[in-house]
Design a protein around this ligand. Structure first.
Ligand SMILES: Cc1ncc(C[n+]2csc(CCOP(=O)(O)OP(=O)(O)O)c2C)c(N)n1
Length: 561
C-alpha cells in the first residue's frame, strides 16, 4: 500500500511515466511518505545511503552510467543542504539529476521547529528548474502539482541536461499507507522539433489523423506570415481555425475571428458538439474569457502547444504535448502528413461564424469602436488599449491590411499610449490608438515627449472610470467601495491635448459622433495629430452589451440548425 499524500502519489506516478526509476533514498521522518511509496513500488530500484553528501554523488554516478536521469530523495532541513556539492557538480557536468526534498508545510518554516530551513529554490542558479509542490486539497491543486512535476522532469533533458529540484511539503500524519494504486496522471511530453533524429513522431501523426474534431487556436502574434497556396490548400479543411485580431495574419485561409460571440450563442448541448478532441495552439495571449471557459469545461483529449521556446503553457488545463518548433515550420511539416478526409467539424464552426452577424449597437462605446473600424483607411496600424477597447474591437470584422497591436503580454493599462506613440514615431502609416480614460490619464505623460507626429490619432473612450468592472456580476453589491473599484472621475483630455498640439474633437451622441468620426478617419495626414474624446454612459453600455449576448443565445435557440 502507498501513502495517501496526493502530491507524493502524483510525483511517484510521474517519475514512473518519465522512466526515472533509479532512486537513492536517504533516511528521515518527513520523507517517509516518499520513501515508503518509492521503495514498495516494484518499478523502482532504490538505494539506501545515509550521508546525503555521498548519496548525492552516488546518484550522480547512477545518472552518468546510462545517461538516463536518476533521483535522490532526502528529508527536510540540513539534509537537503548537504546535497549542494553534488547538485553543483551535476549542473556543471550537465547530468540529469532529480533532487526530491521533503519539507514541512510553509507555516512552520522559521518557527524553531526541528529540521526546517527555507527549502524552495535553495539551489538557486545551480539547478535548471526548481518547483515547490502544493499539498493537494482541490482539483486545481492537483492540476498545478501535476504541471509543476512535469515541468521539472522535462527540464532535466531540455536543451542540454542538468539537475532539477522538487520540494514536497508534507503535513502529518506521515504513516498513512492506504492507497492501493498510483493514480492515472497526465504526462506532458516534449518534442524538440519533428525530426526522426530526436524521437519517433509517427505516433503523433497517427493520433493527429485519428481525431475528426481538430482545432487550431492562434494567440497574439505581431507579424504577417504568408503561407504558400499549396500549404493553405493542404491544411485549411482539416481544422477549425480560430484567432482574434491580435493574431494578425498568421493563419492559413479564413479563420473564425468572432468565436467569442459564437460561443456565447451556443446551448450547452451544442457547445459539447463544437468542442475539439485535439487542440493545437500557437502564438501568445488569447483575450476571450468565454473561450477559456469553454475549453476548460469541454476539455480536449489532447492539447499540443507549438512554440519556438518549448515552454510548458497549460492555459486550458489539458496540455499533453509541447512541440518546440517554429509554428509555421510545424504546419508546413504536418500539411503533407494529414490524411485525405474532409471532416465536418471545421464547417460547423464556419457555419456558426457566418450565422453570427456583426452587432448594430445604439450609441455606446461599442458603437464608437464599430464606427471607427468600419471607416479605418485600408492600411494602417490599430493600437488597442486593454480592458474594454481590445474586447469591443473583437466584435467587428477588421480588414486584413490593418495591423493590430496591444500590450497583452501583461495586460497592464499603464503604457498603452507610450507604446503606441513609440511605434507610430517610426511608422509611415496612420496609427490609430483606442483606449479607455483610466488608461489614457494613467499614461498621459506619453504626450509630454515630442516624438509624435500628425500620423497619430487617439480615440479616447471616456466613460469617467473603469467600464470593464460594470460587466462583472456583483458590482452592484459593492456599495461604497464602488467608487474605488471603478475609480470614478470627471476629467476631460481637452486641455492637455490642445496644450500638446493636438486637434481636439469631441462626441457625446450619435450625431456628433458621425461628424467627428469622418474627420478622425480621413486618410490624408493633416499637419496635426488628432484626439477624439467620446463621452458615454457606462451603466447604459454595460446593459446594452448584456442584452446583445442574451439575444445571441435567443436567436440561436430559435434557429433549428
Ligand atoms: C497597471 C494596471 N493597474 C491596474 C489594472 C487593473 N485594471 C484592469 S482594467 C482597469 C480599468 C481600465 O479602465 P479604462 O482604461 O478607463 O478602460 P475601460 O475599463 O473603461 O474600458 C483596471 C484599473 C491594470 N490592468 N493595470
Amino acid at each position: 500500500m502507498f501513502t495517501d499524500k496526493k502530491n507524493v502519489l502524483q510525483l511517484v506516478a510521474l517519475l514512473k511515466a518519465h522512466q526515472i526509476t533509479r532512486v537513492v533514498l536517504c533516511p528521515g521522518s518527513r520523507n517517509i511518505p516518499l520513501v515508503h511509496t518509492l521503495s514498495t513500488h516494484p518499478d523502482f530500484t532504490c538505494y539506501a545511503i545515509t550521508d546525503e553528501r555521498s548519496a548525492g554523488f552516488f546518484a550522480l554516478g547512477l545518472a552518468l552510467n546510462g545517461g538516463k536521469p536518476a533521483a535522490i530523495c532526502c528529508t527536510s532541513g540540513t539534509a537537503l543542504l548537504n546535497l549542494h556539492p553534488a547538485v553543483a557538480e551535476a549542473y556543471y557536468q550537465q547530468v540529469p539529476l532529480v533532487v526530491i526534498s521533503a519539507d514541512r508545510p510553509a507555516a512552520w518554516i522559521g518557527q524553531m521547529d526541528g529540521q526546517t530551513v527555507p527549502q524552495p529554490g535553495v539551489f538557486q542558479t545551480l539547478v535548471r528548474k526548481s518547483v515547490n509542490l502544493p499539498e493537494i486539497q482541490t482539483e486545481e491543486d492537483e492540476w498545478y502539482c501535476n504541471r509543476l512535476i512535469n515541468e521539472a522532469l522535462l527540464e532535466t533533458c531540455h536543451r542540454g541536461r542538468g539537475p532539477v529540484h522538487i520540494n514536497v511539503p508534507l503535513s502529518e500524519p506521515l504513516f498513512q499507507f492506504t492507497e492501493e494504486n498510483l493514480p492515472d496522471v497526465r504526462v506532458i511530453t516534449r518534442y524538440q522539433g519533428l525530426s526522426p533524429y530526436d524521437r519517433d513522431y509517427s505516433g503523433l501523426i497517427d493520433r493527429l489523423n485519428g481525431y475528426s474534431k481538430r482545432m487550431v487556436l492562434v494567440g497574439q502574434m505581431n507579424l504577417i506570415y504568408l503561407f504558400e497556396k499549396r500549404y493553405t490548400k493542404l491544411l485549411y479543411k482539416h481544422f477549425a481555425w480560430l484567432t482574434e485580431h491580435l493574431g494578425n495574419q498568421t493563419v492559413p485561409g479564413l479563420p473564425v475571428r468572432n468565436f467569442d460571440a459564437v460561443i456565447a450563442s451556443l446551448s450547452e448541448e451544442k457547445a459539447e458538439q463544437m468542442a475539439p478532441q485535439l487542440l493545437i495552439t500557437y502564438g501568445g495571449h488569447v483575450i476571450s474569457k468565454r473561450l477559456k471557459k469553454f475549453l476548460r469545461q469541454h476539455p480536449p483529449k489532447e492539447h499540443w502547444h507549438v512554440s519556438a521556446d518549448g515552454e510548458v503553457m497549460d492555459l486550458y488545463g489539458t496540455l499533453t504535448t509541447v512541440i518546440e518548433m517554429d509554428p509555421f515550420e510545424f504546419l508546413e511539416k504536418i500539411a503533407s502528413l494529414l490524411d485525405n478526409r474532409t471532416p465536418e467539424f471545421p464547417k460547423q464552426w464556419e457555419y456558426y461564424s457566418k450565422m453570427t452577424p456583426e452587432p448594430d449597437f445604439p450609441y455606446s462605446e461599442m458603437k464608437v469602436v464599430g464606427e471607427l473600424i468600419k471607416q479605418l483607411p485600408e492600411s494602417c496600424a490599430l493600437h488597442l488599449g486593454n480592458s474594454s477597447s481590445v474586447r469591443y474591437a473583437q466584435l467587428y470584422t477588421l480588414p486584413a491590411t490593418v495591423e493590430v497591436c496591444c500590450n497583452r503580454g501583461t495586460n497592464g493599462i499603464e503604457g498603452s499610449l507610450s507604446t503606441a506613440i513609440g511605434y507610430a514615431s517610426s511608422s509611415d502609416r496612420l496609427n490609430f490608438v483606442v483606449l479607455g480614460d483610466l488608461s489614457f490619464f494613467y499614461d498621459m505623460n506619453a504626450l509630454w515627449n515630442s516624438h509624435f507626429r500628425p500620423n497619430l490619432r487617439i480615440l479616447l473612450l471616456n466613460n469617467s472610470g473603469g467600464e470593464i468592472f460594470h460587466t462583472l456580476p456583483g458590482l452592484e453589491m459593492s456599495g461604497t467601495s464602488h467608487k474605488f473599484i471603478t475609480a470614478v472621475h470627471q476629467t476631460s483630455a481637452q486641455g492637455w491635448a490642445e496644450e500638446r498640439g493636438f486637434s481636439y474633437l469631441k462626441a457625446d451622441d450619435e450625431v456628433t459622433l458621425a461628424e467627428a468620426m469622418t474627420l478622425f478617419t480621413q486618410p490624408e495626414q493633416g499637419d496635426k495629430p488628432l484626439l477624439l474624446e467620446v463621452f458615454t454612459n457606462k451603466n447604459k453600455d454595460a446593459r446594452i452589451l448584456k442584452e446583445y449576448y442574451q439575444n445571441l443565445r435567443k436567436q440561436r435557440t430559435a434557429d433549428p440548425a
